[in-house]
Design a protein around this ligand. Sequence first.
Ligand code: C5P
Length: 235
Amino acid sequence: MDKTGKKEPRMILALDLETTDEALDFLRRWGKRIKYVKIGPGLFAQGGTDFITRLREDGRKIFLDLKLHDIPNTVAEAVKFLSSKGIWAITLHTSGGRPMMESAVRARKDKSTLLFGVTVLTSLDSTSWDEVHPGCSINDALAKRAKIAVESGMDGIVCSPRELAMFNRDPYFGLLKIVPGIRPADYEMFDDQRRTSTPSFAAEGGADFVVVGRPVTRAEDPGRIIDTILRDLRR
Ligand code: C5P
């Protein structure tokens, strides 16, 4: 907890491994200090809700990051089913719009399953953003999408560490923030992420959770990187 009484962010490990067996093996070896795990479309397609149940039996909290984006009825059906499976949090893409988010909030079976709205992918820089959204800045889109998420009754948003500061004021108070694009200071690999920053920057910016994948799963010594990230989040 810092001087203002705010808790340090929790770490979510993105299990972006090739197979569910590989993911379970990774957690057996390195997952002692990991409570929250992110399941994406790859592992969910392979293991479905059985895989989720298996992880829950090990005491993990599941962040199911499918970034649902479809017409309201289709997304509502998915949320109705998924929110009955003991999942900690599910993502929708805010670009699906207000009616989609509102109907997802209404369809949720179990209110303890949180709904998070992805704002703008952390892999997009301003050039690739402009190609698909000409005439609108990333920051304008972020501000508007997050506001609609609040008004629709969503529990939180997913945003990059660089943009956290804009969500520490009205009307975003109380909105939980999950932050991917986290790269330890000495991380040297160049990959697809563009709007990145360090764990301590995200913690100072007010992240509630940080998502980290490859810096841990592709490390020579994942245990050491997990320790370093957890220490940086506490600072
Ligand atoms: O390996 P890396 O640390 O880049 O993993 C980040 C994870 O966060 C990935 O699983 C990715 O799907 C997810 N994510 C993201 N940007 C978003 C939302 C989710 O990188 N806006």
